[in-house]
Write a protein that binds this ligand. Structure first.
Ligand code: BT5
Length: 258
C-alpha cells in the first residue's frame, strides 16, 4: 500500500493549519508563541509580503501561501545572517526540486529567492526570524493563476505549464517539506560545498551578466560568479574589476555569459 502525501505531511511537522483567509501566513506563524514546527497554508492571503516591503499578490484560490515555522532543533542559536541567507536559497532549491518532476520546461532559481519556470517567476520565498525567536520561511506558489490574472509580465503559474493540482499538489508539498528538512539537517553554519554546488547548479543567475540594484537605489553591472556559504552572490563588478559579495539586493539578468 502506498503512503498518502497527507500522512507524510502530518508526520513531518507538529501541526498543519489550513487557513480560510489570512493576512499573511508568515505573520500568522511569526505571531504565535508556540515553539514547535508548524505548517500554515492558505489559498486566500490578503496582505502577502515580499522582501524589502514589497507585496505578494494573488487572487483568492490561485496562489498557495505556505509558511513553515521551522523545526526548532534544526535552527542554530543564535540565528546568524549567513544561515538566514542560506535558508532562503535552500528553500527555493527544495521547492524547485519538488515541482520539477511534474513539468517539462526548465525549473530554475533566480538569486536570491525566486523559483522560475521557463524564466518566469512561479514562486517567491521569504525567510524571517520572529520576535519570539523562531524562524519562519514562507513560499508563495502560483498554482492556477490564468494568464490574465498574473500580477506581472514576469510571473507564471504551474497550471500554465500543464501541472495538475488535484492529483499532484499534495505530493509536491510533502516532497518539498521532506527535502527541506533533510537539507536543513546539514546546514549548520551555512551552505556546505556540496549544498552550494546543488543550489548554484540550478541558479540561473550564476554565470550571467547582471545589474545589481542595491536597496538605496544604486546600481552596478557585473558578472555573477558564484555563491558563498552564506548564500551571498559573488559578483565581479566591471567598473572596479573586483569580486564582491552581495546580499539584500535585487538582480536583473542582462544576458547569459559567453
Ligand atoms: C518574494 O519577494 O518573492 C517573496 C514572496 C513571499 C510570499 C510568501 S506567501 C507566504 C508567505 N507569507 C507572506 O506574507 N509572504 C510569504 P520579492 O522578491 O520582494 O518579490 C516581490 C515582487 O514579486 C513584487 O514586487 C512583484 O513584482 C512580484 N510578485 C508579486 N506577486 C507575485 C506573484 N503572485 N507571482 C509572481 N510575482 C509576483
Amino acid at each position: 500500500m502506498s503512503v498518502s502525501p497527507r500522512f507524510i505531511l502530518d508526520s513531518l511537522v507538529d501541526e498543519t493549519l489550513w487557513l480560510d483567509e489570512v493576512e499573511s501566513t508568515n505573520s500568522f506563524l511569526a505571531d504565535r508563541t508556540n515553539a514547535g514546527s508548524a505548517l500554515a497554508l492558505s489559498w486566500n492571503q490578503t496582505a502577502g509580503r515580499g522582501r524589502l516591503g514589497r507585496k505578494w499578490l494573488s487572487r483568492s484560490g490561485g496562489s498557495l501561501a505556505l509558511s513553515l515555522a521551522l523545526w526548532p532543533e534544526l535552527v542554530p542559536k543564535p540565528v546568524t545572517p549567513g544561515w538566514l541567507g542560506a535558508l532562503s536559497l535552500v528553500t527555493g532549491a527544495s521547492l524547485a526540486d519538488a515541482i520539477r518532476p511534474y513539468l517539462s520546461e526548465p525549473v530554475r532559481l533566480k538569486w536570491p529567492n525566486d523559483v522560475l519556470i521557463a524564466g518566469k517567476k512561479v514562486a517567491g520565498i521569504l525567510g524571517e526570524v520572529s520576535t519570539h525567536g523562531h524562524v519562519v520561511v514562507g513560499a508563495g506558489l502560483n498554482v492556477s493563476l490564468n494568464q490574465d490574472e498574473l500580477p506581472t509580465d514576469a510571473a507564471t503559474s504551474l497550471t500554465l505549464h500543464g501541472f495538475q493540482p488535484d492529483s499532484q499538489l499534495q505530493q509536491v508539498i510533502s516532497s518539498f517539506l521532506g527535502g527541506l528538512r533533510e537539507t536543513l539537517s546539514g546546514l549548520e553554519g551555512g551552505l556546505t560545498r556540496e549544498k552550494r554546488a546543488w543550489v548554484a547548479e540550478q541558479c540561473d543567475t550564476v554565470g550571467r551578466e547582471v545589474r545589481v540594484e542595491f536597496p538605496g537605489g544604486a546600481t552596478r553591472n557585473g558578472r555573477a560568479m558564484d555563491l558563498d556559504d552564506a548564500g551571498r552572490l559573488l559578483v565581479h563588478f566591471h567598473e572596479s574589476n573586483v569580486v564582491e559579495s552581495v546580499d539584500a539586493a535585487d538582480v536583473i539578468h542582462l544576458r547569459p555569459a559567453r
